[in-house]
Design a protein around this ligand. Structure first.
Ligand code: PMP
Length: 284
């Protein structure tokens, strides 16, 4: 993949960084992942806005407009048509101590463009339904910040993988289900969509927000109310959303089928609406 490292373009495997970078020592960095369709960055403004929020909340000072320019240049030079743009901004390199460096430190800014398989919906094929496991939400209390501190997410994702599943959905100690390890969670109950409110306990998903707009278009009500662990398998439909996940039906939770064990009709309608939204934007 082609990378942009602090403004210089180079192959990703040639980027080198100090072990004293605070991202290595403390996970002291924030990031974004943006989908590329037909060589264009989808929902770019929304992602850059969320990046600004993450940077501000962790007090890393970086020039997002400059990152935007670099991203546009490197995306064009990469020639990637179907891909994902990864952006990471670390606090920078400094002697190891917990409190932030008091001497001026320069953030390390990484962008790289990775090629991905075109989504099945682009070829008019249905996206396969996902099997998920539940796992405790071990994360910190500021999940609205898209930080690279992802150990709890990684452990949950590993638990899903070793159990032959596609994703783990995270259960709070209060019994509510917040989101997936790398995706947002929605349910369908009596014809309305249900999803956890965007407070500090979840990442405000860009695709989640898009689904709100798509739901509005097709006349579905959205209720911001967390799904309860004990009622999970009684819901009509469950689905995940995310930049690379797009809209994906959940067909099985902890070995128990959801609905009739296939992607439900409301989920399918939203997948179709998602696909149409991308096509309409590409036509502009
Ligand atoms: N929640 C978590 C924890 C995530 O990591 C992601 C993917 N970045 C999402 C939700 C989905 O967010 P988005 O739609 O912005 O990709």
């Amino acid at each position: 993949p082609l990378a942009n490292w602090n403004g210089d373009e180079m192959p990703l495997d040639q980027v080198r960084v100090s072990v004293l970078d605070r991202a290595f020592l403390f996970g002291d960095a924030v990031y974004e992942a943006i989908r590329v369709y037909s060589g264009r960055a989808w929902l770019l403004g929304e992602h850059l806005q969320r990046l600004r929020h993450s940077l501000k909340e962790v007090q890393i000072v970086a020039d997002v407009d400059r990152l935007h320019e670099r991203l546009a240049r490197t995306l064009a030079n990469s020639d990637v048509q179907e891909g994902v743009i990864y952006i990471q901004v670390t606090r920078g390199e400094a002697p190891r101590r917990h409190a932030f460096p008091k001497e001026p430190v320069t953030p390390n800014e990484l962008i790289y463009i990775k090629e991905v398989e075109p989504s099945p919906t682009a070829a008019g094929e249905p996206r396969p339904g996902m099997r998920v496991v539940t796992f405790p939400d071990w994360r910190w209390k500021r999940c609205d910040i898209k930080s690279t501190n992802l150990l709890a997410n990684c452990i949950a994702a590993e638990h899903a993988e070793v159990n032959g599943c596609d994703e783990a959905i995270l259960v709070h100690h209060d019994g509510s289900v917040s989101e997936g390890s790398r995706s947002s969670l929605f349910a369908v109950r009596a014809g309305a969509l249900l999803t956890a409110p965007a407070d500090e306990s979840i990442l405000p998903g860009i695709t989640r927000q898009l689904v709100f707009r798509l739901a509005d278009r097709i006349g579905l009500r959205v209720i911001e109310e967390a799904v309860r662990h004990e009622t999970l398998t009684q819901l009509d439909e469950l689905f995940l959303t995310g930049t690379t996940t797009e809209v994906a039906g959940i067909i099985d939770v902890d070995g128990r089928p959801i609905g009739d064990g296939t992607t439900g009709p409301v989920t399918a309608a939203l997948q179709d609406a998602h696909h149409r939204a991308v096509q309409e934007w590409l036509a502009t």
